[in-house]
Design a protein. Structure first.
Length: 391
């Protein structure tokens, strides 16, 4: 029983492109873990992605709202942390292309992920400054303890004050070279997040967003220890979330990788007075669907284990495959426990309360491209052509 690829989630009914946004709605768009891809992912089946399409989509969709917030959670620069094979010049050019694309969407924040550490801190900052985009990292520090990048930013979008915190996992691969060797330190993201979120609240932030490249235990820790956080966007695991995952008093969302998907969140402010918590309405159907899917996957593995462990059975799985299956079962059961708990606690949006309406959008290759951004990408590829065989 060889390791299986995760199924491609079926997205929920898309937000109607022709439906006008309400006056009290702000559009939050986010991308994550592009992993060095500038054009579509190159997959033989169902190719998705592309920077010029992403720019066009975000700008067209964003025009529906009274205000637009765009963030990237990091993981832009290279395909694998600590394994960059490109020249310094090529990496600088690629990061410049990414910053140009984000600037074209009006991005207000970019988290510094582990992949970005292929370039020195000063180089990253200089390129971002040229495009007037804040680079964030609350837990990457200089050797003397001072902040290596801005910890957070407070943005006012159409009257809504949003605080954005940048965080990266504490367990960065090749840490000795990329972090210690570069004169940096990385702090625990969980203990770092809480005080910064509280400070943003004290400055008037109405919603707190973490743009992060964090492992699942770190995301869960923020949910437990930083209740001021409303949204955690992105992850180290690079999942595709079919619906928001409950996280303490907030939610977690992840748009997969390689620029294949864009996250869009409609932030609907409360229409009545009061300090309403943000809610995701109508989660029960999605939770019930996921509950059934997890139950079916668990039943499949249980059946395989029973066959393997039957007296006199021929062992079909190698030791490595058995280890993978055991780990997969633990993960599936943990997810099922969480979904069951969420179903018990799921609530609908209170009348007039603040709401988060979420959509994960596939960047299909038949979507139109932004002409100016396509020209920038093409110019980069004149000097550094993409691989002929990619995936």
């Amino acid at each position: 029983m060889a390791p299986q690829q995760p199924p491609t989630p079926t997205p929920s009914k898309p937000i109607d492109a022709g439906e006008p946004a309400l006056p009290q709605e702000v559009g939050l768009f986010f991308t994550s873990n592009t992993l060095g891809e500038l054009i579509d992912c190159g997959c033989r089946q169902n190719p998705l992605g592309g920077l010029a399409r992403r720019v066009k989509w975000i700008n067209d969709r964003g025009a529906r709202y009274s205000g637009k917030l765009v963030v990237d959670t990091g993981g832009l620069l290279v395909a694998e942390v600590g394994a960059a094979t490109e020249s310094r010049e090529q990496l600088e050019s690629r990061f410049d292309v990414y910053m140009a694309a984000l600037a074209a969407t009006g991005a207000q924040a970019v988290n510094v992920g582990a992949h970005e550490l292929a370039l020195p801190r000063a180089t990253l900052q200089a390129i971002a400054d040229r495009h007037k985009i804040p680079l964030l990292s609350a837990n990457l520090r200089n050797a003397d303890g001072s902040a290596a990048f801005a910890e957070s930013t407070l943005v006012e979008v159409a009257g809504l004050k949003v605080g954005v915190i940048g965080l990266v996992t504490a367990t960065i691969p090749a840490k000795e070279r990329l972090v210690d060797g570069a004169g940096l330190r990385v702090l625990d993201p969980v203990t770092t997040a809480g005080p910064i979120a509280k400070a943003l609240k004290s400055k008037g932030a109405q919603i707190i967003v973490v743009a992060g490249q964090l492992r699942q235990d770190e995301i869960d820790g923020i949910g437990d220890k930083a209740p001021e956080v409303d949204l955690v966007l992105g992850s180290w695991e690079m999942d595709l979330t079919q619906r928001p995952t409950f996280l303490g008093r907030g939610y977690h969302l992840d748009p997969y990788n390689k620029g294949k998907w864009i996250g869009e969140v409609r932030l609907r402010r409360a229409t009545r007075d009061g300090s309403d918590r943000w809610f995701v309405p109508d989660l029960r159907d999605k939770l019930s669907y996921e509950q059934g899917s997890l139950q079916r996957q668990i039943a499949y593995y249980v059946e395989q284990f029973q066959k393997e462990d039957a007296p006199g059975a021929v062992q079909a799985m190698t030791a490595q495959e058995r280890k993978f299956a055991d780990e997969r079962m633990v993960s599936l059961r943990a997810k099922l426990v969480r979904v069951n708990m969420e179903l018990q606690g799921a609530i609908d949006q209170p009348d007039g309360g603040a709401a988060l309406l979420v959509e994960l959008v596939p960047v299909k290759t038949d979507l139109p491209e932004d002409a100016k951004m396509k020209a920038v990408v093409d110019a980069h590829h004149v000097k550094w052509p993409p691989p002929v065989v990619r995936h």
